[in-house]
Each structure stands twice: as C-alpha cells, then as structure tokens.
Write a protein that binds this ligand. Structure first.
Ligand code: N01
Length: 575
C-alpha cells in the first residue's frame, strides 16, 4: 500500500464506491459529461470481482465475445478474446486495458475502503469517509460495490486452531497457491468450487470435498477462439449487441419457447442431448416452460441426473452428486471436467447436508465424529449476495435513517436504482434490478447511462436532489416479489433469496421479469420526467429530461422470446 496524503477538503459532483466494471464505466461517463468524480477502491487495482476471484480455474460463464463493454465500437474491435469463456487473468487484463485506454486511473484512489456515507439535508450532499481518514463531499454518492463481493466466511468452530492455511475463493492470494503434495479440503459446491475442484485435484495429493447441497452443472465445452470466428462476430458487433439487449438475459443465444410438456419423451431427449452438446447456461433454453412448470423442470432434472450417473463410476458418489432440487433454481454452474474429477482415486466426497461440519481440528475437519486429515482448506462458500457490501458501510440518509435499518427485512429500492430516504444516492445493479439474472456488464452499462442522464438533468434544471417516493418504491418491491413467485427460481434456498447464510431475510433480490421489460420501464420513468421520483427543482424549471446516453437502450423486445402474452403472464424466461 503506497503512502499518500489524506483527502479532506475536496468537493466533488460524485463519489463512486468501487472500481470494478461498474465503477470504471461510471467514471468514464461522468467525466465525459464534465462532472468531477472520484472512485474509492479497496483493492490495489481495477476489476472488482475479477480482481479478487483469482482461484484456480476462475473464468466467466458468459461467452467472452458478449461479456465485455458495448459502449465503444473501437474497444470492441481492438480487443481479442482468446477463448470461448475467458479465464480470470484475461478478464482482469481487459479491465486494466479499459482503465488505461479511457484514462480512468487518475480518478481512482486505490487501497481505500469507504467506511461511511452521510447525507447532509441542509447542503443536499453526501460526506464520504474512508479507512485512510479521507473525508470528501459530493452531490451524488454512487454505489458500484458489486453483487457478489462480500465473502461469506461461515464461523466454523475451531477454525483458528487449524494448523494449515484457510483460503476463500473470493479473496485468493495474488501470488497463487501451490497445493502440490498437500491434502486439501474444499467446502462448498457452487460455481467457484466447481471451477476450482478439477484444477486443485490435478495438484493435490488428496482432495476432500465437503458438499452441503449437490449442484447441477453443464459442460462448458470451452475452446480457443479462431481469428476467423472473432472476425465474424466483430464484423457485425453492433447488431449482436442490439439482439442481446432485446433478450431476457441481455445475452444472445438460441432459445426455444416451446413447452417441454408438449414434446414427446423422445423429442425431449433429443433436444436435451443437443443442448448439452452446445453446453453452458443456454442449456436451460432448451424449452420455454422449464422455470415455470415443475413437471417440465422434472424432465430436464432427470436428464441431468442421468448424465451424472453416466459419468461418475462409483454409484454411491454419483447418488450423492445428484441434486434433488429444481433444475436451475440455484444459479446453474458451467464446468470443465467437474463430475469426472470424482473418478480420480485421490478425490473423496463428504456429505454434510444432514450432519454439518462439526469443527476444525488442528489437523483437519471433523464431520459426524470422523476427522478428515487436511493440510489446507479452501472455503468456496460464496458471498453475502446483493446487499453484503452495503452492510459494511455505514450509510445514513435523511432523518438519520441508516440503509442497514431500512433494509433489515430485505432490500427496498425503486427499480434497483435508488432508495427512498436516500437522496442523490444511486445503486448500480442494485437489488430490485435484473443484475445477476442478466449479463452483468449490460446491466451495469444500462444503469450507469440512466443515472448519468438523470444527474445531467438535475444539472440542467438546477435541481438539488432526487429520490424515489415511498409509494413508487413500495409498488416496485411488490412487483419484484410478485414476478419472482411466478418462477420456480424462488422455491429453493439460494443466495438469490439470501438463504445461503443463516439469519438473512428471505427475499428474492434480483428482478426476474427480464432485462428488456425492465429497461422499458426505466425508459418510461425517464420520459415521464422521472415518474415515481421527487425532485427538489427550482419552481421556474420544468425542463423535459434530455436523453443523452440512454438512447441506445430504446430497443424493441425480441418477440421470438418475449411474446406480449409471455410478458402479460409474467413468464419471461430468464436463465
Ligand atoms: O458461491 P455459492 P460461489 N457448510 O453460494 C456452500 C457467481 N460466480 O462462490 O448450497 C458447508 O454458489 C454452499 O452450500 P448451500 C455465480 O453467480 C460465477 O460458488 O448453501 N457448505 C454452496 O455449495 C455464482 O452463483 C462464476 O447448501 C457451505 C457453496 O458453499 C455466485 O458467483 C464463477 C456452508 C457456495 O456456493 C456464487 O458462487 C464463480 C457451510 N457452512 C462464481 N456455507 C462464473 O462466472 C456455504 N456452503 C463461472
């Protein structure tokens, strides 16, 4: 960490908390419209998720040609992704390239964690404080803290007595870890575990996986991208981006809207085999009713379990690995050689669903009276999703209300953009927006463009503040809940509902109604002069909002996938 003077007398238009993809793009847009802004970032570099998650095998599960910024045609053309699913180092290199290319670093204070943000009702501005003693004032406070960035470290008894190192996948050492010759334990079987287990198994002398819930995972069939393929995408990049924006997930891939229950068993088997052969998250797009009808979901779940039984040679291990919950209810995983890893003689699976991990001992982990000897442990135990990073900062709005108090029974926002009682406070990919159910980078860009147009409108009109009305927020929260109930996604104990961590309120946090439907709503709110928001505007001003950045989000729905009937019935298939 480099020495630097404390910043105490700065007055800015905006403070941005975080310099991942969200914070970087926000800085870029703010600077472009002449706002003064500074980002505070806890890490020593840009990249957010891709800065922290350096565990072995970390890579994206959205195809790289679509997992990138879309705002700059030059950026699209000059960057070359090497693989279908980009590995973490390459995504981090891309983030660094963006920071350099758009000259963002000089607006970022690294190695600095924001500890408090307090709204001054008289001055209508935020005071933001950091763990390095900085205290700056800004009209707008923008949270770019990410959805999966507060690691969940369960409090296992005896963990401090364990003789070896304990790692968390979300805070991986920058120098890497050499597991050669070690007996390694991995706790958890979510996406991070599923990606890292096959790689750790290649190094470790023995690998023991502690599984609480078995996971559905689909092969990635990752491969190198040829220059010809890259060129074919680049030749029509804007068209691909436009098609992606019109999709429920903000990602373009083949999708079949026909119901699984209307197909014969033979037709279904063929469709699932073909979708499995394509691999990845689009597997869930094999039929249109899979996340709405339990009987339809059973057909794809049976297919996936048969695949596991076909791959894993030991029948008892195969049965343990077969999930019994709704397929795709928890976030679907995408793997390379995950189930095959359990055929290796030095890899063991331990069920901790009925008998949880009792304690760490000096030499290992104890479950049900049995000690498993270990030299190192990897906690792939996930995150306090969506709200965890907000909880770490004391955020105080009007009347001394803290965000933690307001969100005690679950997050409450209007459109996931802002929260009543917290004027001039924006939440990029906040709870109540599609965020993790859509391509994160698309979600980030749409949110930032909307927010910066909104801030520019305040500047145009001389307005001092904006915040949602309680009525608009309540109606939106109700809608988010109502739509969630339609999907089978709301039925299991996933991090989407906060159920991965004991004591968190059970609320479906992201908006599942589909990215384009959501974007339409944001556009309508802006066109109607920020309907559902209260602006503290001078009486003389009734200027209409000028659309500067949000124009590119005015795309039609993709009728093949999102028919008006599907939207009316709130059955928009989000993968
Ligand atoms: O975390 P998770 P993750 N004792 O919460 C288990 C994104 N991501 O880091 O299911 C024992 O999914 C827990 O068990 P259970 C992606 O959106 C993307 O893997 O709660 N076990 C679960 O098995 C993903 O969904 C990519 O019963 C305990 C595991 O730990 C999200 O991040 C890659 C436990 C946690 O799984 C989070 O993924 C990686 C305990 N006390 C992540 N506590 C890609 O782009 C928790 N567990 C590919």
């Amino acid at each position: 960490m480099t020495e630097r003077p404390t910043i105490t007398d700065t007055v800015l238009d905006a403070v941005v908390v975080g310099a991942g993809f969200a914070g970087m793009y926000m800085l870029h847009r703010l600077r472009g419209l002449g706002f003064t802004a500074r980002a505070f970032e806890a890490g020593s570099g840009v990249g957010g998720t891709w800065y922290w998650n350096r565990y072995p095998g970390a890579r994206c599960d959205v195809e790289s040609m679509q997992y990138s910024f879309s705002f700059s045609e030059e950026l699209d053309q000059e960057w070359d992704w090497s693989e279908k699913y980009a590995p973490q180092p390459e995504i981090l290199a891309y983030a660094n390239h963006v920071a350099d290319r758009f000259d963002l670093r000089r607006h970022i204070q690294f190695d600095t964690r924001v500890t408090a943000a307090t709204f001054d009702e008289m001055e209508k501005c935020w005071t933001v404080e950091t763990d390095r003693g900085d205290k700056v004032s800004a009209k707008f406070c923008i949270m770019a803290v990410g959805c999966l960035s507060a690691p969940n470290r369960p409090r296992f008894e005896g963990i401090e007595e364990f003789g070896g190192p304990v790692y968390h996948t979300g805070e991986w050492p920058h120098d890497g870890v050499d597991f050669t010759g070690l007996r390694v334990g991995v706790i958890g079987t979510g996406s991070s575990a599923i990606q890292s287990i096959p790689i750790i198994a290649q190094q470790a002398a023995a690998l023991t996986v502690f599984q609480r819930t078995a996971t559905y995972t689909v092969p990635a069939w990752n491969e190198k991208l040829s220059p010809e393929y890259r060129q074919s995408i680049k030749a029509a990049y804007p068209a691909l981006r436009a098609k992606a924006r019109a999709r429920p997930t903000g990602i373009f891939f083949p999708f079949n809207m026909k119901p699984a229950l209307e197909a014969s068993p033979e037709e279904r088997e063929k469709a699932y085999e073909e979708a499995w052969a394509r691999g990845g998250l689009p597997f869930l797009g094999a039929y249109g009713d899979l996340l709405f009808e339990k009987a339809a979901n059973n057909t794809i779940a049976d297919f996936a379990r048969a695949k596991i039984r076909g791959i894993v040679k030991d029948p008892a291990t195969a049965e343990l690995l077969c999930p019994d919950n709704v397929f795709g209810c928890k976030r679907l995983c995408v793997d390379t050689g995950y189930f095959e890893t359990y055929n290796l003689p030095h890899v063991k699976l331990v069920d901790v669903s009925k008998t949880p991990i009792e304690r760490f001992t000096k030499g290992g982990i104890e479950v049900n009276g049995v000690e498993y000897p270990l030299d190192a442990v990897v906690c792939a135990t996930g995150f306090a999703a969506m709200t965890g990073s907000f909880d770490k900062i004391r955020i105080t709005g009007r009347g001394g209300l803290t965000l933690a108090e307001k969100w005690r029974a679950g997050p409450r926002t209007y459109l996931g953009l802002a929260s009543s009682g917290f004027p001039n406070f924006f939440t990029i990919t906040g709870p109540g927006s599609p965020s993790v159910l859509a391509s994160m980078i698309q979600s980030i860009e749409q949110h930032v463009d909307w927010m910066v147009d909104c801030m520019a409108h305040l500047r145009d009109t001389g307005a001092r503040s904006i915040e949602p009305t309680l009525a608009a927020e309540d109606a939106w929260v109700e809608h988010v809940n109502e739509v969630a109930q339609v999907s089978l996604r709301s039925t299991c104990s996933s991090w989407y509902v906060g159920a991965n961590i004991p004591g968190r309120p059970r609320v479906f946090m992201p908006y599942i109604g589909g990215f384009p439907v959501y974007v339409q709503k944001c556009n309508e709110v802006m066109s109607a002069g920020f309907d559902g928001f209260v602006l503290d505007t001078p009486a003389a001003s009734n200027a209409e909002p000028k659309v500067r950045l949000t124009e590119r989000w005015r795309v039609p729905l993709d009728i093949d996938v999102i028919s008006p009937a599907a939207v009316a019935a709130k059955r928009v298939p989000v993968i």
